[in-house]
Design a protein around this ligand. Structure first.
Ligand code: C2E
Ligand code: MG
Ligand code: MG
Ligand code: MG
Length: 289
């Protein structure tokens, strides 16, 4: 009896495992075709400079609308794309698409805008990504200073020795480098100093709790002070309320990104938003047109 029950349990477990693996494989296999089928697209989220109240740039964020499965969040498909190695191909597509969009916007009068693109650890460690970046910039005519590559803090910490060297290649091209989701990985000040980075993006976990959690407020203002003492630009992500916005402005944060300014928008909508922002300076933050 016990043995039979045990076997049933085992079989059920085995089946469940099989299904889950097959699902992952199917999804990863489906990933292979997504670019060709046009299932990937980018949305763009503005970044606002607090000193000038101007939109200085946007972050490109990847979206996958699968014909079979519908909208699949990046938190699900980016890890799959990394497992299968397809992130290299997808990442190159993202970079090129983002730069082409910026080039179009620049031709429509948004000359000083910059673009931030998220980079996977695989792109940093395995690919010849510096060459890809150089080629895409040359093809699209985007100056290196208008491109910022974002890497999460956890990635930088997990590969500390390798990354410091690899990052230098991007700085030599002249692109900016940001640490994304900063505050979650316990980077030391000494470690940050060794990295050739230009920008710190404070993780939205901290920003979300600013008014409720005094620790998060203390951490945020300390990070701003520390980053400035290292000559780094500070961006707060996930800014959703006026209170968060006012706090960050009072603490001297350089830029904010979040729903309070604008949710990510598709390319055309985002361009209109930024053009409107530039024309009507009186538009209140938090009440986008
Ligand atoms: P991230 O780079 O930290 O991007 C910020 C995330 O916060 C985005 O989620 C954005 O939609 C969301 N967000 C923006 N404003 C707010 C706000 O006010 N409140 C809240 N709660 N969230 C806000 P998304 O688009 O789902 O992307 C999730 C993550 O997936 C990104 O985090 C990034 O790490 C990764 N990702 C996105 N696109 C790419 C890509 O092209 N390549 C790679 N390698 N990773 C990407
Ligand atoms: Mg990012
Ligand atoms: Mg982030
Ligand atoms: Mg986070």
């Amino acid at each position: 009896q016990a043995k039979a029950a045990g076997r049933r349990t085992f079989i059920r477990y085995d089946d469940a495992m099989d299904v889950s693996i097959r699902q992952r494989a199917t999804t990863a296999g489906a990933l292979r075709k997504v670019i060709d089928r046009g299932e990937l697209h980018l949305v763009y989220q503005p970044r606002l400079a607090l000193a000038t109240s101007r939109i200085t740039g946007v972050e490109a964020l990847l979206r996958w609308t699968s014909l079979e499965h519908g909208e699949i969040p990046p938190s699900v498909f980016i890890p799959l794309a990394e497992e299968s190695g397809l992130i290299l191909e997808i990442g190159e597509w993202v970079l090129r698409e983002a730069c082409l969009t910026l080039q179009r916007w620049r031709q429509h009068g948004l000359a000083d805008l910059s673009i931030a693109v998220n980079m996977s650890v695989l792109q940093l460690l395995r690919g010849n990504f510096p060459d890809v970046v150089r080629r895409v910039l040359a093809d699209t005519g985007i100056p290196p200073s208008a491109l910022e590559l974002e890497l999460t803090e956890s990635v930088l910490m997990a590969n500390a020795v390798q990354t410091a060297n690899k990052l230098q290649a991007f700085r030599e091209i002249g692109v900016s480098l940001a640490i994304d989701d900063f505050g979650t990985g316990y980077s030391s000040l000494a470690y940050l100093k060794r990295l050739p980075i230009t920008t710190i993006k404070i993780d939205k976990e901290f920003i979300g709790d600013l008014s409720r959690d005094p620790d998060d407020a203390a951490i945020t203002s300390t990070v701003i002070t520390m980053a400035h003492s290292l000559g780094l630009n500070v961006v707060a992500e996930g800014v959703e309320t006026e209170a968060q916005f006012d706090f960050l402005r009072a603490k001297g944060c350089d830029e904010v990104q979040g729903f309070w300014v604008s949710a990510p928008r598709d390319a055309h909508e985002c361009m209109s938003f930024i053009q409107h922002w530039g024309r009507a300076r009186t538009v209140a933050v938090g009440a986008p047109p």
